[in-house]
Design a protein around this ligand. Structure first.
Ligand code: ADP
Ligand code: MG
Length: 407
């Protein structure tokens, strides 16, 4: 059975593709090309909006944006992943709740300009923009953040927004401000709730490292994660499961966490001490809180293993164990997995992975497995076979190494 591996484009390949798309639609040369990566969260799931910790890294898979500044406030956009040319006037943008929202994918792009202007960085010029990407859509690998962060990099380079003519991109503090604008764009203009981990990973990561993101104050710590040095890989399985049941489930989980926090007298679940008064919670809240509090501990435990010393086989087994526990907690306490995710992690473990878990929001999307390089082919083949037997969609695989941030 065929194994489909979704390889990342090189920087040159991405730039060539997006330049050709620009020239085809706008009959001119772009003046700059920017790009930003998708991300995979290694551990720390559904903790971001609870003020906890997440441990994402940037994928080698990126979204590319070719741009040319215009003399007016119009943004014309074309994407290789969508049909037609769209046009939005930056003066017409209104929030998603208003009567005048921007429809569809352009909201992720012009929303960034809107948010930057809200933060005092305007007025921004209109742009012609062509987009192309090898980050799979809706696979839990943050194609939306990759898109936002690539265009944020473009506007920041055209109209440097830092102090003394520097770009925000030039410092981590500036990048954190771009993160806020991208989050606001997605929440308020695209109308999709996001906790901010995706954009932080895309803008603030460092090659060869995971970032420990403290979601309470948005501080980050870069931690080396050199799997190649120990002949190990993070294998991503894009399950390509239909997302149909996910509607409203993210909001429902968030609401349960918020009501539990209120019942327990804290503003965020991260503030809970070890002795939680479980009698104050409903059964649903109890399960959700159990996941969040334990997942925060697991994330910090994972980091302690990474910081301890070399990634020996024992250390890799410990990491794998934490990933396994994370998945079981997301399956039984947070209830956000699905048969495709459960099957992919079970099969990975049975075929030589140190550990495996779903990643991203859940209800479809992707799983990750920590796999010795010489077992990767076996694991991929076994997953393809198991999916075929179960009548699931054919999975796609990505081989992930911690990659470079938006530029
Ligand atoms: P994920 O971020 O997990 O991939 P989302 O649902 O958050 O999934 O974001 C996917 C949406 O982002 C797409 O439906 C589309 O609107 C927009 N998007 C992402 N990448 C592109 C792209 N290359 N071209 C056009 N739109 C894109
Ligand atoms: Mg997204």
């Amino acid at each position: 059975m065929a194994v489909i591996v979704n390889d990342a484009w090189t920087m040159d390949e991405g730039a060539t593709r997006v330049r050709a798309l620009f020239e085809q639609y706008f009959a001119a040369q772009p003046t700059a090309i920017h790009s930003a990566p998708g991300r995979v969260n290694v551990i720390g799931e559904h903790t971001d909006y609870n003020g906890g910790f997440a441990l994402p890294m940037a994928l080698p898979h990126r979204t590319f944006a070719a741009v040319r500044q215009r003399g007016d406030r119009i943004v014309r956009l074309v994407s290789a992943q969508e049909s037609g040319v769209r046009e939005v006037n930056l003066d017409d943008i209104d929030t998603h709740d208003s009567n005048n929202p921007v429809d569809g994918w352009p909201a992720y792009v012009v929303g960034v300009a809107w948010a930057l202007e809200q933060a005092g960085h305007g007025p921004l010029p209109g742009l012609d923009i062509a987009i192309d990407s090898c980050v799979p859509f809706g696979a839990g690998l943050s194609s939306s953040a990759a898109l936002e962060c690539a265009v944020a990099a473009a506007w920041d380079s055209l109209v440097p927004m830092g102090a003394d003519g520097a770009r925000l991109l030039d410092s981590d503090e500036g990048r954190a401000r771009l993160v806020s604008a991208c989050v606001q764009a997605e929440n308020e203009i695209a109308g999709a709730p996001t906790g901010g981990m995706d954009q932080a990973a895309s803008l603030r990561c460092v090659e060869g490292h995971v970032i420990l993101l403290d979601c309470r104050d948005q501080s980050v710590q870069h931690i080396p994660f050199d799997l190649a040095a120990v002949d190990t890989e993070l294998l991503v399985t894009d399950t390509r499961a239909p997302h149909a049941l996910a509607d409203g489930q993210y909001a429902r989980r968030r609401n349960a966490c918020e009501s539990a926090a209120r019942a327990l007298g804290v503003s965020l679940l991260v503030e809970l001490s070890d002795d939680v008064d479980w009698s104050k919670l409903t059964e649903e809240e109890t399960k959700r809180v159990r996941h969040v509090t334990r997942e925060i501990h697991r994330t910090l435990a994972f980091v302690r293993v990474l910081e301890r010393a070399d990634l020996t086989a024992d250390a890799l087994r410990e990491l794998g164990q934490l990933m396994d526990e994370s998945h079981e907690s997301l399956r039984y306490d947070y209830e956000v997995t699905c048969p495709e995710l459960d099957t992919s992690v079970e099969v990975a473990r049975a075929n030589g992975a140190y550990g495996a878990r779903m990643t991203g929001g859940g209800f479809g999307g992707s799983s990750i497995a920590l796999v010795p390089t010489d077992a990767v082919d076996t694991v991929m083949e076994a997953i393809v076979e198991a999916f075929d037997k179960s009548g699931f969609n054919e999975p796609h695989f990505l081989r992930a190494s911690p990659s470079a941030p938006a530029q």
